[in-house]
Design a protein around this ligand. Structure first.
Ligand code: AMP
Length: 115
């Protein structure tokens, strides 16, 4: 299966609407349109990075920043009992949008292993 167009770039460029819950100079976070948990937020870099596999040395601080934003949002969204961070890399792992993103999921108990 081919990955769809980069819809997230359209959200960054404000060509497509999203329910934005965090925005700064490096990233954006917005609620997932098909939530898989009571809280389901996507955290994306403004920089276009297609997949996790495309990260380079120059992205060290950026990827760290995305994680720290996840911590901030988890606090803001009251995920005190825990949460799950998911990053699907490429189609075989379930990636459908070709723009690196962290899923922040919470508000219910999670099971393991993932499907
Ligand atoms: P992934 O399958 O890991 O690539 O995750 C892509 C996620 O983006 C899915 O959970 C979709 O529900 C979500 N998604 C797709 N289009 C939009 C959109 N326009 N606004 C918010 N979330 C979206």
């Amino acid at each position: 299966m081919m990955m769809a167009d980069n819809l997230f770039l359209k959200i960054i460029n404000k060509e497509l609407k999203a329910n934005v819950v965090h925005e700064d100079d490096q990233c954006l976070a917005f609620t997932d349109v098909r939530p898989q948990a009571p809280v389901h937020v996507l955290i994306i870099p403004r920089k276009v990075i297609r997949t996790h596999d495309d990260l380079g040395e120059e992205d060290k601080a950026l990827i760290g920043h995305l994680h720290l934003v996840a911590v901030q949002l988890a606090k803001k969204l009251n995920l005190t009992d825990g949460y799950r961070l998911v990053l699907n890399c490429k189609e075989r792992a379930g990636q459908t949008v070709p723009h690196l993103h962290l899923h922040l999921l919470g508000g219910r108990a999670m099971t393991w292993p993932p499907g």
